[in-house]
Design a protein. Structure first.
Length: 391
């Protein structure tokens, strides 16, 4: 029953994370698109930077953006805050129920670093917090005034975090932590910088003071960072479902490609929203497509050498040692009440039925056993692959 309720908790948190994440990403994309599509030449009210006419849902909208703030504020002002806060909160909740409560299965790989669960959890929490403080210091330093050097430095920070995570966590735990590392930066940008700066400006306006335009520029900088990091984060957060990404021996290289592909794709749509000439930004789409093909090439499975004939008895001994604790009709592993994805491997018939999945997850991607808790060797994987290939 505890495992069953845990699965429901995981499902509900995942569902909530998707819902609020869609809300946060949607507002981010909308307002970035709105900023880029503003018409700064239209006749407008005093203090207005630009306007936009939009149509949606059978109606028309006329939007004005003030350069700093309007002369006066309406009694009701809508703040876009909880989408970001709840996205991080539900994401961290998922981290707890998926990785912290099952640290030995999902977060720890003894072959990488033999950690106790409390040590792995402490490293996780401390590194996420440290990532934000280092990023914030970089943005507040003189480097923060220079767009390209700052972007390259933040890029390097993410790659350093990637190398760190691959040295302490399991493959799937490492890459999902890179996503959490960046996602934490994005969420705290909203909580600690963007919204506080906006509230200060509103307070200045209500007191009859001239709002500090510098606060608006800082908020815009952090919002732009969030916008360009959104697509990479989305892919890294789903990476555990695709071991050819998370189990790659050069994870830093995969993260590099993910960031470049996501940022270039986002830049393409930003410039399209701005109405720029396609010739000035079209290269980003072709470059992103080339990098996708490069990623496919780099993650392609390597050719396997033959290991000779493997008997049914040999292969069933391998599965009994490394697979059946989870993949049985009545699993003995404490984390599962039923076989994951209903894949059972208790007989030769079972193994033949699920051979493609076993080949992909165990032989090629080496994603199974979870966290390699049973210390399956490459020789055993090779034998399993040879048996499957012979069927």
């Amino acid at each position: 029953m505890d495992v069953f309720l845990g699965e429901w908790g995981n499902l509900l948190l995942r569902w909530a994370h998707m819902v609020v994440g869609i809300g946060w990403i949607g507002t981010s994309f909308y307002f970035m698109g709105l900023d880029y599509s503003l018409n700064t030449k239209e006749r407008k009210s005093e203090g207005v930077y630009g306007t936009a006419w939009q149509v949606h849902g059978g109606g028309f909208y006329h939007v004005e953006k003030f350069a700093v703030a309007p002369p006066s504020l309406p009694p009701h002002l809508h703040w876009f805050t909880w989408e970001a806060y709840l996205t991080w909160a539900t994401g961290f909740g998922l981290m707890i129920v998926q990785y912290y409560l099952h640290a030995r299965a999902y977060l720890i790989d003894p072959a990488v670093m033999p950690l106790e669960p409390w040590q792995a959890i402490a490293l996780s929490v401390a590194s996420l917090a440290a990532g934000w403080f280092i990023y914030d210091l970089l943005c507040r330093s003189p480097l923060g005034e220079r767009v390209v050097p700052l972007a390259l430095t933040v890029f390097a920070l993410i790659l350093i975090a990637t190398v760190f995570y691959t040295r302490v966590f399991s493959a799937r735990g490492a890459l999902v932590h890179v996503g959490a590392f960046v996602g934490t930066i994005m969420a705290v940008n909203v909580f600690a910088v963007i919204i506080p700066n906006q509230k200060i400006m509103v307070g200045q306006l209500l007191r009859g003071e001239a709002p500090d335009a510098r606060l608006g520029r800082i908020g815009k900088q952090r919002s732009t960072h969030n916008n360009y990091l959104t697509l990479p984060v989305l892919l890294m957060m789903v990476s555990p479902h695709y071991p050819f990404l998370s189990n790659h021996p050069q994870t830093w290289l995969i993260v590099t490609l993910i960031i470049l592909i996501g940022a270039l794709t986002r830049h393409f749509f930003n410039r399209a929203d701005a109405g720029d000439d396609f010739g000035s930004y079209g290269w980003t789409a072709f470059t992103a497509a080339f990098l996708v093909m490069l990623a496919i090439y780099l993650t392609a499975p390597a050719a396997r050498s033959s290991t000779g004939t493997v008997s049914d008895a040999d292969v069933m001994q391998i599965t009994a040692t490394h697979c059946v604790a989870c993949h049985a009709r009545k699993p003995t592993h404490q984390s599962f009440a039923e076989a994951p994805k209903n894949v059972t491997l208790e007989s030769v018939a079972d193994l033949k039925r699920f051979a493609p999945l076993v080949m992909t997850q165990t032989v090629v991607n080496k994603a199974m056993p979870l966290g390699n808790q049973t210390e399956m060797t490459d020789a055993e994987r090779a034998k399993l692959g040879a048996w499957i290939a012979a069927q």
